[in-house]
Design a protein around this ligand. Structure first.
Ligand SMILES: O=C(O)CCC(=O)C(=O)O
Ligand SMILES: [Fe+2]
Length: 329
């Protein structure tokens, strides 16, 4: 891999069904990127740019409201809603991240059986009434990225020589979390080692990130950076129309460390504010994460005990957010 840049994979071959040559070529490229660096861009993902732009617009409008308005939707025990600066501390980081976020998840009614059964992180979303288009735009974006996530998981399955729909029964009610992230302009006099988002690895399986492109004249010295195998940090600038995809810890574990969950961070250097939307596309709460399901040869030796998606994700959220200790969840 070139040191300075991530691969750009064209996903459009996945529109051809089954084990077609087109789909297998995508699977091979995805596999290589997940093994070598754990991060890549995708194009040819089939998501309408209008859906993406609408989501960025409503998120931007939401974050530019006074703090009081945003706090009306303060993050709840299901980790849905608005989270202000402070209180999100990456394990080992010296300071809280200098960011705000707003998170939505799978919309489930109060009388959904899993909600009634008390499954953690489940329930209805909090929908701000301003901007008025927020719910429509974010629901459309959530669904579109979810569909794209299913396609990409099909490629992962093909790469492991599994049926292309291997992940489908494990993603019936995914723990998908879509999060608008707002990084205000860096403040004067803040600590030198303050990050927009401190170095971390993602908790789950696959993350889809859309970065708002820079406006003309904006400087490019801030933003997302990824650590390569050699320890160097490389910049991952916004490429309009593409998503940045990365492997999280749960998929690394599921693949017995064949895929890499890579460290990354967001630095606000001198540049202005920044907006991105991250989608963590993770399996059903109760889905078993067991490498023996991916590696079926009899001699296979797993490195980790089986776990569940929900148990793992909940544990990781609790590690980074003080408010969960206060909630006692
Ligand atoms: O905002 C970004 O560019 C990165 C977001 C990210 O890494 C995360 O939310 O885990
Ligand atoms: Fe991340």
């Amino acid at each position: 891999m070139a040191k300075e840049s991530l691969p750009i994979i064209d996903m459009s071959g996945l529109q051809v069904p089954g084990r077609s040559a087109e789909a297998m070529a995508v699977a091979e490229a995805v596999y290589r990127a997940c093994v070598e660096v754990g991060f890549f861009y995708v194009k040819g993902h089939g998501i309408d740019q209008v859906i993406i732009d609408d989501a960025l617009d409503v998120m931007s409008e939401f974050f530019h409201q006074p703090l009081d308005c945003k706090r009306r939707y303060a993050v709840n025990r299901n980790h849905r809603g608005f989270h202000a600066i402070g209180g999100a501390v990456m394990p080992g980081a010296a300071h809280a991240d200098y960011k705000e976020f707003f998170q939505i998840g799978l919309e489930l009614a109060e009388d959904d059986p899993d909600v009634l059964a008390g499954e953690a992180l489940r329930g209805p979303n909090q929908w701000p009434d301003q901007p008025a288009d927020f719910r429509r735009a974010m629901s459309a974006y959530f669904d579109a990225v979810g569909a794209c996530g299913r396609q990409l998981l099909g490629a992962v399955a093909l790469a492991f020589d599994l049926p292309r729909d291997f992940f489908a029964p494990r993603y019936t009610k995914p723990l998908q979390r879509t999060q608008g992230l707002y990084y205000p302009k860096r403040r004067d006099g803040g600590p030198a080692d303050e990050f927009g988002l401190a170095p971390h690895t993602d908790y789950g399986c696959l993350t889809f990130l859309y970065q708002q492109p820079l406006r003309p004249g904006e400087d490019t010295t801030g933003g997302l950076e990824v650590q390569t195998f050699d320890g160097d940090w490389i910049r991952v600038p916004a490429i309009p129309g593409t998503f940045v995809i990365n492997v999280g810890d749960l998929l690394q574990r599921w693949t017995n460390d064949v895929f890499r969950s890579t460290w990354h961070r967001v630095i606000s250097r001198n540049h202005g504010e920044r907006l991105s939307i991250a989608t963590f596309f993770d399996p059903d709460f109760k889905a078993a994460i067991d490498a023996r399901d991916l590696f079926t040869e009899p001699a296979f030796v797993p490195k980790y005990a089986p776990t569940t998606s929900g148990g793992h994700i909940l544990g990781r959220i609790a590690e980074s957010f003080d408010y969960r200790q206060e909630l006692n969840v």
